[in-house]
Design a protein around this ligand. Sequence first.
Ligand SMILES: *[C@@H]1O[C@H](CO)[C@@H](O)[C@H](O)[C@H]1NC(C)=O
Ligand SMILES: *[C@@H]1O[C@H](CO)[C@@H](O)[C@H](O)[C@H]1NC(C)=O
Ligand SMILES: *[C@@H]1O[C@H](CO)[C@@H](O)[C@H](O)[C@H]1NC(C)=O
Ligand SMILES: *[C@@H]1O[C@H](CO)[C@@H](O)[C@H](O)[C@H]1NC(C)=O
Length: 339
Amino acid sequence: MPGSPSSCCLPALLLAVMVHLSSQTQYLSSSEDICRFFANGTKLRKPGGCNEWIVCRNSVSIHGGVCGVETPYFNLKSGACSKTLDSTYCNPPCSSSTQGYVGDTLNCSNWYYCEREKVRTSGRCDGGLSFDQTQQKCLANTTCGARFEMCDVVPTGVPFRDEKNCNKFFTCKNYKLVSNTCEPGKYYDTASGQCLALKHVACEHHPVPENVCGTPEVPLRNKLVADGATCRGYYYCHDVGSVGPDPRPTRQFCGADYFFSQEHQECVPRESQKCPWDRCDGRTEGYEIAEVEGCHNYYRCLDNKESELLSCGEGYFDAVTQNCTSIRTAYRACINKVQ
Ligand SMILES: *[C@@H]1O[C@H](CO)[C@@H](O)[C@H](O)[C@H]1NC(C)=O
Ligand SMILES: *[C@@H]1O[C@H](CO)[C@@H](O)[C@H](O)[C@H]1NC(C)=O
Ligand SMILES: *[C@@H]1O[C@H](CO)[C@@H](O)[C@H](O)[C@H]1NC(C)=O
Ligand SMILES: *[C@@H]1O[C@H](CO)[C@@H](O)[C@H](O)[C@H]1NC(C)=O
């Protein structure tokens, strides 16, 4: 099953850091589906309870099932129904620190009156109203207090997308959020639940590479640095004097007919530059020379992405006409040794 711990991207895991739980608070009343973060087929505890699960199907949550009498709780360590309840998510509403009305963390309309651990009375807001913790009453226009952390519902080891970083993904371990980083040159792909080569993953905001402007010992000043993600993008590292490396380099792009050359510190014609990323960057359609020795091959470009790899057979690709010709031009992109 995609997304299960066994098929998870652990080999791609370089660095794992514990991050603060509250950064992942989700509200039960949110209209956004939690399954947008998960691979197809992922099973999750259903938010708002502990005895049901949901399944993510094409980024939408669908009913999974209800645990039976023998094994009433959906357990996060096993990702299945179990005799015992793990995590504190479904703990009773009243605790040693509660006094007065307390909204149910599992249900927007329920409230309890707590005297420390004791539930004195409980009730529910009628007519679709939600309990407001601050005003201690049922209101129509209030942020429902029923909320959960991702690790209250995500089984151990199941990967999910980090919306802010294409090259990272989260997992839960002991009900705590863990941030994982894909190995260099890879981004996390939600659909497959794996880290894949950059060109296979859509990313709106490429992460700034680590130490892009050098280190405090060797800062890069007034230098252009490849962005480590695209053929046309680069960073301008300003000279910020004794502060060290520029903490806020400017991201820039070469025009559509050019690729960035770090060696030359400028934009150069596409065919004269090798680039490990998607060569169709900047081309919504048309053709682009492929980095295959001999200059016989080229890509069809679709939507800034390399589509099929084509061949001129005995002929050669001509970058100017974007077509095959019998005359060979030794572009640097398709020649390994330049005499
Ligand atoms: C997701 O899974 C369902 C059921 O297994 C399948 O029909 C569907 O094609 C899958 N979607 C993708 C995008 O793979
Ligand atoms: C909240 O609890 C009430 C009972 O007090 C129940 O009728 C309702 O279905 C619950 N809502 C959800 C979303 O589980
Ligand atoms: C709730 O808020 C909406 C929009 O802010 C407003 O139109 C509506 O009248 C409010 N309802 C109540 C009962 O205050
Ligand atoms: C490439 O050349 C062939 C044969 O000369 C021609 O039929 C075709 O239209 C050309 N394609 C482009 C994109 O110019």
